[in-house]
Write a new protein. Sequence first.
Length: 214
Amino acid sequence: MVQGSVEPPDTGPLMIVGLGNPGDKYTHTRHNVGFEIIDALASRWQITLSQNRKFRGLYGEGRSRNRKVVLLKPQTYMNHSGQAVQAVTQWYKYSPESVLVVYDDMDLALGRLRLRLSGSAGGHNGMKSIITHLGSQNFPRLRIGIGAADKTAGRDRAVVAHVLGRITQTERVQFDAVIQLAIEAIETSLGKGVERAMSLFNGITLEADGKPAP
């Protein structure tokens, strides 16, 4: 690793960040779907993720689509994810536009994903932290639908219970299919750019059996 090394300009991201919380307590919760997607990418691309104190996260680098790609799972807990992202971008001198962030979204139904080139945090604390630390909201993001919480027991309590609840056995097939769809969207972003991936994947809905809706 060479400090300050920068890839040639390209249409796709150079760094992919999956958001979540560290520790067994949060494994396979809805809030950690970003971590699951990074793990799946690391396995597919044969990238080893290891603890990096400088970057405050689990980090690895490798190649996909004939270009270098950095993977990151911040270990700062969700609300401070921006600290880890900032550490990596400053080291590599990456612009915010080079970073693709993958995270859960209650405003999207389970079975959906949504790529965007920029935007607000939308109430997501991990994204709030990243926007603050990068000083910009102009970076691509891949939102993974986890469905809305049942708010009959009170909004705040219901939201926490939903996002920190474990993915159920009945949801697992749908989640696994979305994770595979997310991998395809990310690889398309690397090879053909985020806007092309948006046009191909944003309209897809996967049903409970993991198959695309008609």
